[in-house]
Write a protein that binds this ligand. Structure first.
Ligand SMILES: Nc1ncnc2c1ncn2[C@@H]1O[C@H](COP(=O)(O)OP(=O)(O)OP(=O)(O)O)[C@@H](O)[C@H]1O
Length: 681
């Protein structure tokens, strides 16, 4: 199946986790970000770090509910990937040797483009500035056209981004100015390719469209590069330089040899790591979406470059995923095509089976933890956006009130990382694979005459030898014919040229009988930002009831909800206390995280407080519980109540929490609660 659907507009009303449940009465108002943020603070999900000192941009602390939710997401991640796929888990250091990050290219290239307000010195991330200003102009154009047509002008709701429309950029106010049609088309095409521009091109756009500092109206400087890594030194001498890692990936690569040995020398295999990473973002905004310290969960799947098929591909090939391919974006569009993963790989839209397999697994994971599948897409990197060594890269983007947000990157990094670390350390980071049948073929083979090469090239002998050994067949053929004519020039990595003669090297055509193939594995890397997934999940789960619009409900799936069940004694009568303890103990031994709320607040208030915390179930104990051994079970989203014997209700909750039963199924087991209860004795 393959059909085209338009990209979700940022103005579309945000559906919530309960939008297609007829038994749930939700408020008709659009999503309110400020209400969700208020709830996050009030219920201490997360808060800006060092709040009592005034806070620091891009740093956040998670409170008890947020920490539990994050831990549950990570737990699901661990089950879904590490356990399910038998991955090798690592826990490598955060403080990273500068040499490692120099080799990986981060010291030279891990940078964003920034520009400065030429008068007041305010700093902007260049691509976000261009994007923000253009979007504001397009919004102004929309308003002017609506006015001209006599239509009422829709005030952008928070669902459309509200006061800080996209995670990535500075707030820019729009004014109703009509633009030329051709300019509108040009602007839209620029936006579709915004991730594709380098510093020079961003500078050109700034000048071409007269983009200025949004608040002051001042001109801005040419974009310059700003490295995002936090620098440090290891030990007291200051001589060993280090950085806080900007990703966990390098920890996998520097341990590749040991991992391979652990896996009995065989590929494919995957290592996985969950841990903190640090990026000194130019302008952290939009809460958890762009921060300076965040948890990543990364997989490095090592695979034979000649065989990127995946043995479990059949399990995902029929999953339909919304794809935004690079050629669509490069033509200035954002249309999404829905294809099965099998179709996308066969058509070459997704480069190979392993990459397709992980796209499918990422999709299943995100939907399982509660991300709305209709607000999820996979966007392919455009040519300039992709690292030069990568052969294909797809981002899982989730739609939020800030627009589409990259939450997971899934890249085929080819053999780049292992090759550069191997070159730098002179360690063989390769796999040896036995051929089924020995391979016999003719090839040019160089022989280095050790006793002559040293005296001839002295301190440069090693570089010359390495350069000869790195030659491919084409270069060796050329060398052989040049040597026949007397001598051959050899250019080495330092830029120097040396004269080779047959007293230092000879080249002969030989018959090779190869029993083993040696290769550097390619790496497919799914890289998850847990904070971005966490925040998107909160937005997708948040809604308010038709009858109480001031209080929010978080419809977190039981699988990840911080607390699964609330135990509510109907009154503070001490006769209920032993039963409360007993139910609490039973839930604990069934593996269900629960809390008791025996406060004096009305039962309705106690339920509402827990709706805000995302607790999916409440167990209410009344006097019938004492006399008949029954307990009522309230479901958060519908507020429906069912009743049954205590042990049966606990068993139903256990099944609801491990997703082996849904609420519909629970209703078939437990009858409806009639509202009658024994009066207080
Ligand atoms: N500053 C950040 N704050 C929170 N999460 C982040 C941040 N930077 C990256 N991530 C997360 O880490 C994942 C992998 O990192 P990657 O290097 O691919 O991101 P990126 O392409 O640099 O992101 P962006 O373009 O948004 O800066 C991202 O998909 C995202 O979920």
């Amino acid at each position: 199946m393959s059909n085209v659907v338009p990209g979700v507009s940022p103005d579309a009303p945000a559906p919530s986790a309960v939008s297609n449940r007829p038994d749930v009465k939700r408020d008709a108002h659009p999503f309110s970000r400020s209400q969700l943020e208020g709830l996050m603070t009030k219920r201490f999900f997360y808060i800006q770090a060092f709040e009592i000192y005034g806070g620091v941009g891009g740093l956040y602390d998670y409170g008890p509910t947020g920490a539990a939710l994050q831990a549950n997401i990570i737990n699901q991640w661990r089950n879904h990937f590490i356990i399910e796929e038998e991955m090798l888990e690592l826990d490598t250091t955060i403080m990273t040797l500068a040499d490692v990050l120099k080799t990986s290219g981060h010291v030279d290239k891990f940078a964003d483009w920034m520009c400065k307000d030429l008068k007041n010195g305010e700093i902007f991330r260049a691509d976000h500035l261009v994007e923000g200003v253009i979007e504001a102009r397009l919004e102004g154009d929309k308003q002017a056209r609506a006015k001209e047509a006599g239509e009422s002008i829709a005030v952008p709701a928070e669902a459309a981004g509200g006061d800080d429309k996209k995670s990535k950029k500075k707030k820019v106010k729009s004014s109703a100015v009509k633009l030329d049609d051709a300019l509108v088309a040009e602007y839209n095409s620029t936006l579709a390719q915004i991730d594709n521009f380098d510093g020079k091109q961003l500078g050109e756009l700034i000048r071409k469209y007269d983009i200025r500092s949004p608040e002051s109206g001042n001109e801005v400087s040419e974009p310059i590069e700003f490295n995002l890594m936090f620098e440090s030194s290891i030990g007291p001498t200051g001589q060993v330089k280090g950085y806080l890692r900007p990703e966990t990936a390098q920890g996998h690569f520097v341990n590749f040899q040991r991992l391979l040995e652990f896996n009995n020398g065989r590929v494919p295999f995957a290592s996985a790591q969950i841990g903190k990473s640090f990026r000194n973002e130019i302008s952290p905004r939009a809460g958890l979406l762009r921060v300076r310290e965040f948890t990543m969960a990364e997989i490095e799947h090592f695979v034979d470059p000649e065989d990127k098929n995946h043995e479990r591909f059949d399990e995902v090939k029929n999953i339909e995923v919304p794809l935004l391919a690079k050629d669509v974006q490069e033509s200035g569009k954002t249309d999404i095509t829905v294809k099965t993963i099998g179709e996308a790989v066969s058509a070459g839209v997704i480069d190979n089976q392993t990459l397709g397999y992980f796209i499918g697994r990422i999709y299943l994971f995100l939907v399982k933890i509660g991300i709305d599948a209709t607000r999820l897409r996979f966007r392919q990197h455009m040519s300039n956006e992709m690292a030069h060594y990568a052969s294909d890269c797809w981002d899982a983007e989730i739609h939020t009130s800030y627009g589409w947000i990259e939450c997971v990157g899934c890249a085929d990094r080819s053999a780049y990382d292992l090759t550069v670390h191997s070159k730098r350390t002179k360690k063989d980071l390769v796999v040896q694979k036995a051929h089924k049948e020995p391979k016999v073929y003719d090839a040019f083979v160089p022989t280095i005459i050790k006793k002559n090469i040293g005296p001839k090239f002295k301190k440069d002998a090693k570089i010359v030898e390495e350069a000869i050994l790195e030659m491919d067949q084409k270069k060796l053929a050329e060398l052989e014919s040049q040597l026949k004519n007397g001598s051959a020039p050899l250019k080495v990595c330092t830029g120097q040229t040396f004269e080779l003669t047959t007293d230092v090297v000879t080249v002969e055509m030989k018959t090779i009988r190869e029993t083993v193939r040696e290769f550097t594995p390619n790496v497919i890397e799914p890289s998850f930002g847990i904070g971005r997934i966490f925040y998107s999940l909160l937005e997708h789960s948040f809604w308010t009831r038709a009858e109480d619009q001031d209080r929010g409900v978080l419809s977190l799936p039981p699988l990840v909800a911080p607390i699964k069940a609330l135990i509510v004694p109907i009154s503070s009568n001490e006769k209920l206390a032993p039963l409360v303890k007993q139910v609490s103990r039973k839930l604990r031994s069934a593996g269900v995280a629960s809390r008791v709320d025996d406060s004096n607040a009305s039962i309705g208030r106690r339920y509402a407080r827990n709706d805000e915390l995302g607790t999916p179930f409440a167990c209410t104990l009344d006097f019938a519980s004492l006399s008949k051994g029954t307990m009522t079970l309230r479901e958060r989203d519908s507020t429906a109540q069912r009743i049954g014997p205590i042990d049966q209700v606990i068993d139903v909750i256990r099944q609801l929490c491990d997703a082996s039963l849904d609420w519909e199924g629970a209703c078939k087991i437990l009858p409806e609660y009639s509202g009658q209860q024994d009066v207080e004795a």
